[in-house]
Ligand binder design. Structure first.
Ligand code: SD4
Length: 291
C-alpha cells in the first residue's frame, strides 16, 4: 500500500514538518500542508537562510525567493522580494490569483500589499551584525560556502495520494544584489508531477539550475528509478561535469514518489532531512558522495 500521509523536508526542520503533518492529519491537502510547513521556517528568526532573519545580500538587503507547486502541476513563484516574510504564501497567491507564474522584486512586493501582506523589516540585529562582520574581510566578494545552508524545500503526500511541494529561502548569504538561485525556479529548486512524484533541492543554486536538478529527478523516477537512485544520479550529473568544482560546494536533494518511497543524497556529508510518516517525525542523515 502507498505510504500516506507523508512529509519530507530538507535539513533539521522538525517544527515545520510538524506543522505540515498537522494539516494532513486533519485531512487537509498537501498544498496547504507544504505552505503551513514553510511558514514556520519563514517566521523562525534563528534560521538565517529563510524568511525573517535571513542573511542579507552583500549590500545589506534581505531578498527572498520562493515557489510552490500543486497537484495539477500549477506553479507560482516570487523572486528577490524585500519586506515580506511569508513569500511562500505570496508565491501561492501568484499561482492562484494572477494569470502569471513568476513575479519579481518591487512588482511582487506591491502585489503582496494589495493581497493584505504586511510590510516588515526582515533584517534582524544578529543578521545585521553577521553581515557587518563579513564585510570586514569579504573584499565584497560572494563566498561559496559548504555549510551555510538551511533552505527549506518540502514535499507532501495527502490522504488522497496527491503530491505538492514548496521551497523558500533568502538565498546565499552575501550574494550579489539581484541574484536569484534555484529555489524559486520550476524544475530546479522544486518539481512536482502528481503522476510520478516530487523533488526539491538545497545548496549552491547555480549548480542545481545548470542541471535542472529537480525536474531531472522526477523524470528519472518516471522512467523507473527509485527516488534514491534518481537523487544520486542528479548529484552525479553535477560531480561528473568536466572541471566540476564540487569539492567546494554543497548540493542536496530529497525526493518522493507516488508510492511514498523517498530518497535523499548530497555531495558532502552533514545533509539531513526531516521525514514524517506512520505518525512519526524524525530527522535522518542523508547519504552523500564524498566519503
Ligand atoms: C540558493 N539553494 O539560493 C539556495 C541556497 C540554499 O540553504 O539552499 N541554502 O542557491
Amino acid at each position: 500500500d502507498p505510504v500516506r500521509p507523508l512529509v519530507i523536508a530538507t535539513w533539521n526542520t522538525p517544527s515545520a514538518v510538524n506543522a505540515a503533518a498537522e494539516v494532513l492529519a486533519k485531512g487537509g491537502t498537501s498544498l496547504d500542508a507544504v505552505e503551513q510547513g514553510c511558514i514556520v521556517e519563514e517566521a523562525n528568526v534563528k534560521n538565517t537562510t529563510v524568511g525573517k532573519g535571513g542573511l542579507p545580500d552583500r549590500d545589506g538587503r534581505v531578498t527572498l525567493d520562493a515557489c510552490i507547486m500543486n497537484k495539477e502541476g500549477g506553479y507560482g513563484a516570487v523572486m528577490c522580494v524585500q519586506n515580506i516574510t511569508h513569500v511562500i504564501s505570496l508565491a501561492r497567491k501568484v499561482m492562484e490569483e494572477t494569470p502569471h507564474v513568476i513575479m519579481v522584486g518591487e512588482g511582487a512586493e506591491q502585489f503582496g500589499y494589495s493581497q493584505g501582506f504586511k510590510k516588515e523589516n526582515l533584517l534582524t540585529e544578529s543578521s545585521k551584525k553577521a553581515w557587518e562582520k563579513w564585510k570586514e574581510k569579504s573584499e565584497y566578494k560572494p563566498i561559496i560556502n559548504i555549510e551555510n545552508h538551511d533552505t527549506i524545500g518540502m514535499l507532501a503526500i495527502d490522504e488522497n495520494g496527491d503530491i505538492s511541494g514548496a521551497c523558500t529561502t533568502s538565498g546565499l548569504a552575501y550574494k550579489m544584489a539581484g541574484r536569484v538561485g534555484d529555489s524559486p525556479v520550476i524544475g530546479s529548486g522544486l518539481f512536482i508531477d502528481n503522476e510520478v512524484g516530487g523533488a526539491t533541492a538545497t545548496g549552491l543554486g547555480e549548480e542545481v539550475l545548470k542541471t535542472v536538478g529537480s525536474f531531472l529527478i522526477v523524470e528519472l523516477m518516471r522512467q523507473g528509478k527509485t527516488p534514491q537512485e534518481a537523487c544520486e544520479e542528479a548529484i552525479k550529473r553535477i560531480v561528473d561535469k568536466p572541471g566540476s568544482n564540487y569539492k567546494n560546494f554543497q548540493v542536496g536533494y530529497v525526493a518522493v514518489n507516488k508510492q511514498g518511497d523517498y530518497g535523499a543524497y548530497s555531495i558532502h556529508k552533514h545533509f539531513s532531512y526531516n521525514l514524517y510518516k506512520d505518525k512519526e517525525n524524525k530527522n535522518h542523515k542523508s547519504d552523500f558522495y564524498i566519503k
